[in-house]
Design a binder for this molecule. Sequence first.
Ligand code: LLP
Length: 417
Amino acid sequence: MHEFKYKNNRLYCEGVSVEKLARKFGTPLYVYSYATLIDHYSKLKSAFRQINPLICYSVKANSNLSILKALVSKGAGLDIVSGGELFRAIKAGCPAERIVYASVGKTDGEIRVSIKRGILSFNVESIAELENINRIAKIFNKVANIAIRINPDVEPKTHKFITTGKLTNKFGIDFNSAYEIIIQRYKFTNLNICGLHMHIGSQITEADPYVAAILKLASFIEKLKGQGINLKYLNIGGGLGIVYDKENPQTAEKFAQRILPLLKKTGLKIIMEPGRFIVGNAGILLTKVLYIKSTPVKKFVVVDAGMNDLVRPALYDAYHQVLPTSYVPCPSSYEKVDVVGPICESADYFAKERKLPYVLAGDYLAVMSAGAYGFSMASNYNSRRRAAEVLVRGNKAFLIRRRETFTDLIRDEIIEP
Ligand code: LLP
C-alpha cells in the first residue's frame, strides 16, 4: 500500500499532483510520501507489538536526513554501516543507544567515534574485527557492546548480489567459531558480548528462510544457556521484500505470525533492521521524456533520468513499474517500448519491452518503488548532477535536498598547479 494514486487521471503523492512537483522542482526528481513511510514503520511496529522490538531502520536504503528524522522521531533506531552513516544518524537526532553498526570493514577511525558516542552495539563480522574493537575500547577505557553476526548458512531465495547468509558470502561468523569466541569471551576485556545478529539477504518475500535461520540461532542460544551464558539481544536483520511487479510478499502481520513464537521463546530483546520495507514504496523517481526514438526494430522513450539516478535495473536487472503522470485510459494507445536514460551505457534503462501508453516528448513518467536504494546509490557518472528530493506531507511538499549544481560537481577537485 502506498500514497501514490491517480485522481482524475493525474498521479498524486498524497494531496499533491506529482506533475506540479516536476514543474516546480525540475526533473529528475525523487518524491517521497511521509504518510507511506510512517505507515510502513508503524505496520511493522504494530505486528510485533507483543515483544516491542527496537526497529533500527537501515540507513543505507535511503539516508536523507528528513527521512531519518521522521523515523527517529517515531521511536526508530538506526542501522548504520559507516562513519558517514553514523554522522547522518547523529545529525538526524538519533540517540546513540539506538544505533547498531554492521559492516565487514569497519576502520579504526569509525570504531573510535562509535565507541566515544556509545552506540548500542557493534555487529561484528570476524575475529580480527573483534580483537580490533577490543584494542580500541581499551585505549578509551570503555567497554563496547557486541553482537556476533552469525552466518546461518540459509538460502534466502533472492538475487545473488543481495544474498548474505550463505557460508560462501563474506558476511558473519559460522556457528562453531562464534561458539569458541563466546566461550572465551573473558579474553576480550573491553567487550561485552551480549547479542547475536543475522541478516540473510534482501528483498526476501517469504518467511521460510527467516524461520530456518532463527531456528538455528535459537538452538545456539539454548546451547549457550546450557553453558550458563545468557545473552541480551537478538538482531534478526532486515530483508523484508516489497511489491515491485507481481510479487506477493508476506505482510508484516503474516511475517509476525510465523516468527513471533520463535522470537518470544528466546526471551531476548529483539532488534530488526528493515530498510526497503519501510521506504521502498514510499518513493518514486519522476523523469521527463526528452525524445521518442524509433529504430527499425524498437521504439525507445529517452528520459532525463539515468542509471546514475537509479542503478537498480542496470545492476540487478530489477523491475520498476513505469507509469505516466497523466493517465489516458485507452487500451489501443498502448505500445511496447524501452525506457532509457541519456547515459553512455546500454545498461542505462528503466524498462525493456514494456507496454506503456503512448507518450510524447515533454510528458512525465514516474518510476515507481524507488524510495529504497534509489537516491542512496546515485552517482555523478557522466558528470550528472544528482537529483533533488522532495518530501510530501498531505497537501504540502518540502524540498529535502536541492539539486546539485555544476559547481558541486567540481567542488573537491584541485587543478594541478
Ligand atoms: N541490515 C544489514 C546488515 C544489511 O546489510 C541490510 C542491507 C539491511 C539490514 C537492510 O536490508 P533491507 O531491509 O533493505 O532489505 N542495493 C540492493 C539492496 C542491498 C541490501 C544491502 N544490505 C537493492 O537495491 O536491492
